[in-house]
Design a protein around this ligand. Structure first.
Ligand SMILES: *Cc1c(COP(=O)(O)O)cnc(C)c1O
Length: 463
């Protein structure tokens, strides 16, 4: 019915080849630069179209209306910097319809994904037996992990009808949203210099503040999105384990720095987590959409997330040895039966961990270490450059790779106009933020090819 057609294959693979070869990737323009209303009118019709026409329309009108998040000149939000190896293997995952829902169906894909999860668990210092799955992003990871934290609270001796999670006001917006989905309230603990600290958490929990007794878990952030700040994971983790709280670390952006020896001490305490999430589509140089979700005790997550349906019984029954391995908290060897669907709220899923697996296997972990260190170095140099520019003010030394600063005399409208002009001139995509109530400039460095020269070019436009 849908006829295989060599010409379309050549056409699309040719496009992919050309896109992969772009060096550097052009920045392009986003949603407000080009009128799009006429592009798609009438395109989807009963008869269909010539593939060449559709692809041309995509590449000329639609793709150029997407700012390339993998351009080294994209320094807004959180950029992407996927390796070519990971992008290529993403095409393999797509072309092979590679899914990885259960061991019964997809052992080969799951075992490779688990190899990567084991590596990340090891970097974090989790004990053998840790495991989890890849989900679509930090948001999905936070939601799935906090659901386990909520539903296992009773096992940890918290009998409350109104469970709450402690976090600081710096926690990512997706944490607040996950809690809303779960019907759980947040117990906001004041941060000190924008960090959640163990002693302040302890004081809040020991106080007679309403809700303190209902706290069943705590969420810390390892690399805030706005400023790259890492919470006091050691202190928070110590309070969490003493009080039997579920300890979740959101390292969606910052977790890539686990590969960097120069930053590793910032993460001390992460080895205490019950769960953590890191996005390979951010600082682990993988394609969208991919987050690694890990649990210290995967059996707890399995008890919460396993879906019960008559037609699914086979994926659980066909797993001799799996439950035993989970109970033993023994290591999860590559050939232990494992159903990724059991570790998050999803069911069907693409094997989205495989692009990272391929890239890690090809390039080796040293290349990841070097790439992350390069970015950390550029962030430090950018901060020094800003510090030595008379018209600029460095707001704080970067902890990781996000640099906040101000231009003397500028208000929000100035930053907005500057940002729009930089994009129009294709110099950079850099959007302003707010810091302590005032507009500020923000560079999110993550692409190893975002050089100090590019930073200098951006700063020169503020003179
Ligand atoms: C990006 C980010 C998230 C959300 O992750 P998505 O992959 O966009 O869903 C959560 N927490 C932090 C700290 C982040 O930087």
């Amino acid at each position: 019915m849908f006829v295989f057609d060599e010409k379309t294959v050549d056409l699309v693979l040719g496009y992919c080849r050309d896109r992969l070869a772009l060096d550097p990737v052009p920045l392009d323009y986003g949603g407000y630069a080009t009128p799009l209303h006429d592009v798609l009118d009438g395109l989807i019709s009963p008869e269909g179209n010539d593939p060449q026409r559709v692809l041309d329309l995509f590449s000329e009108r639609l793709a150029t209306a997407v700012i390339s998040s993998d351009s080294p000149r994209f320094v807004s939000f959180i950029p992407a910097a996927p390796t070519k190896a990971s992008l290529l293997f993403d095409m393999v995952v797509s072309s092979s319809s590679l899914h990885a829902t259960s061991w019964l169906e997809a052992a080969g894909a799951v075992s490779a994904e688990n190899q990567v999860l084991a590596l990340l668990a090891d970097l974090a210092g989790l004990p053998k037996g840790a495991g989890g799955c890849f989900v679509s992003g930090g948001s999905a990871g936070n939601l799935s992990a906090l659901m386990v934290g909520r539903d296992t609270a009773a096992h940890r001796g918290h009998a409350t009808a109104r469970p709450k999670f402690a976090c600081s006001e710096e926690a990512h917006s997706s944490v607040g949203k996950a809690l809303r989905v779960l019907g759980v309230e947040s117990f906001v603990v004041p941060s000190v210099d924008h960090r959640l600290r163990g002693d302040v958490l302890e004081a809040a929990l020991a106080s007679d503040r309403p809700g303190a007794a209902d706290v069943v878990g705590v969420v810390a952030t390892a690399g805030t999105t706005n400023a790259g700040i890492v919470d006091d994971l050691g202190g928070v983790g110590e309070v969490a384990s003493r009080r039997q709280l579920w300890f979740h670390v959101d390292a969606a952006y910052g977790g890539g720095a686990l590969f960097a020896p120069s930053a590793r001490a910032l993460f001390d305490g992460i080895e205490r987590v019950d769960s953590f999430v890191v996005d390979p589509h951010k600082w682990l140089f993988g394609p969208y959409d991919c987050a690694a979700l890990l649990y210290r005790h995967p059996a707890l997550a399995k008890a919460v997330h396993t879906q019960d349906a008559a037609y699914l019984d086979v994926i659980h029954e066909a797993m001799p040895g799996a439950d035993q391995a989970a109970q033993d908290e023994g290591s999860v060897p590559d050939d232990t039966p494992w159903n990724p669907t059991d570790y998050a709220y999803h069911l069907s899923r693409r094997a989205r961990g495989l692009p990272l697996w391929f890239s890690l296997a090809v390039h080796g972990t040293n290349a990841y270490r070097d790439a992350v260190e390069t970015v950390l170095g550029t962030a430090r140099e950018a901060a020094a450059l800003i510090g030595s520019s008379p018209h600029l003010e460095l707001i704080r030394e970067p902890t990781l790779s996000i640099v906040l600063f101000r231009r003397e005399g500028w208000g929000r409208a100035d930053y907005d106009a500057w940002s729009a002009k930089l994009l129009a001139d294709q110099i950079a995509f850099v959007t302003p933020t707010t810091w302590e109530g005032e507009a500020a400039a923000r560079l999110a460095l993550l692409h190893p090819d975002t050089t100090l020269d590019i930073v200098r070019e951006i700063l020169d436009t503020m003179a």
